[in-house]
Design a protein around this ligand. Structure first.
Ligand code: FPP
Length: 264
């Protein structure tokens, strides 16, 4: 095993055993995660919901670092949906504060690990102080290449599709007949980012919840009952192992065929 992995997956641990089973040459290039179950995690412990988000934030740190170390190219985290505004004001305020604190504290981790931050979602509506922090960290990490950390904030897959249509119409450069998948995808907030190979959802819910609706057309979905604050490196490895067992055919009849857009 490559030595740079041994401090995060030390020999003799369950993580290490799982890592030995992972084919490091066939990792998903892009993993997207619906981090769910923070509220339930807190409830089970008789704690306020916001404590679940605090614990969820620690899980984010662990999974970001582990993904980068493994060599995942893109990690997308669904951190605040446009529907999350319906939650109690106090919880909404704490979520934004957590996100701001995360960016304030973890910028070093992003720089040290050569990670680039990209935020997707409608920026209008994001609290000004958080937006300032986002722009600072995006600029700071702009040239980093090892992994792109995409964080979906004030995000809705349907809004994203509508915004893409609006942009195409406003530009007026593409005719109705000239519009194809490539041109359309180039107007989404994920332009230039490959579609996710693997979508992980925690806490057992079998929904996609308005996340990356266009981009997950051929994505393998892995749902685990583990609540997000309990999601650890070993669960990430389990998801990757499950992904590596899947037969991705992209609508073809042959195993491991190329995707319609040439992806494997
Ligand atoms: C879903 O759990 C989780 C969220 C709405 C927020 C996700 C945010 C974090 C993990 C915090 C920090 C994020 C980053 C990127 C630093 P839920 O509250 O819907 O859980 P429930 O379904 O059990 O109520």
């Amino acid at each position: 095993m490559e030595t740079h992995l041994e401090d995060l997956f030390p020999p003799g641990t369950e993580e290490h055993e799982l890592l030995l089973k992972v084919d490091l040459d066939r990792l998903p290039r892009h993993i997207a995660v619906i981090m769910d179950g923070n509220g339930r995690w807190a409830q089970q412990r008789g704690l306020p919901r916001v404590q679940g988000h605090n614990a969820g934030s620690a899980a984010v740190r662990e999974i970001v670092e582990a993904s980068a170390r493994l060599g995942i190219g893109f990690l997308t985290l669904y951190a605040f949906s446009s529907e999350n505004w319906k939650r109690p004001r106090y919880e909404v305020g704490r979520l934004w504060r957590l996100l701001r604190e995360y960016l304030g504290k973890e910028d070093g981790l992003l720089v040290e690990n050569d990670l680039r931050l990209k935020v997707i979602g409608r920026r209008e509506g994001i609290p000004a102080l958080v937006l300032k922090e986002i722009e600072r960290v995006e600029t700071l990490t702009r040239e980093n290449r090892h992994m792109t950390l995409v964080v979906a904030l004030n995000y809705s897959g349907r809004d994203e599709i509508i915004d893409a249509v609006r942009r195409i119409m406003a530009e007026g450069r593409i005719s109705a007949a000239g519009l194809d998948e490539k041109a359309f995808a180039g107007h989404l907030s994920t332009a230039g980012i490959p579609d996710p190979d693997l979508l992980v959802r925690t806490s057992g819910e079998m929904r996609v919840s308005n996340f990356l609706l266009w981009q997950i057309a051929y994505t393998e979905i892995f749902v685990t009952p583990v609540l997000w604050p309990d999601f650890r490196r070993r669960h990430l490895l389990e998801a990757i192992l499950e992904f590596q067992k899947r037969d991705r055919r992209f609508g073809d009849v042959r195993a491991a065929a190329k995707s319609p857009r040439g992806r494997t």
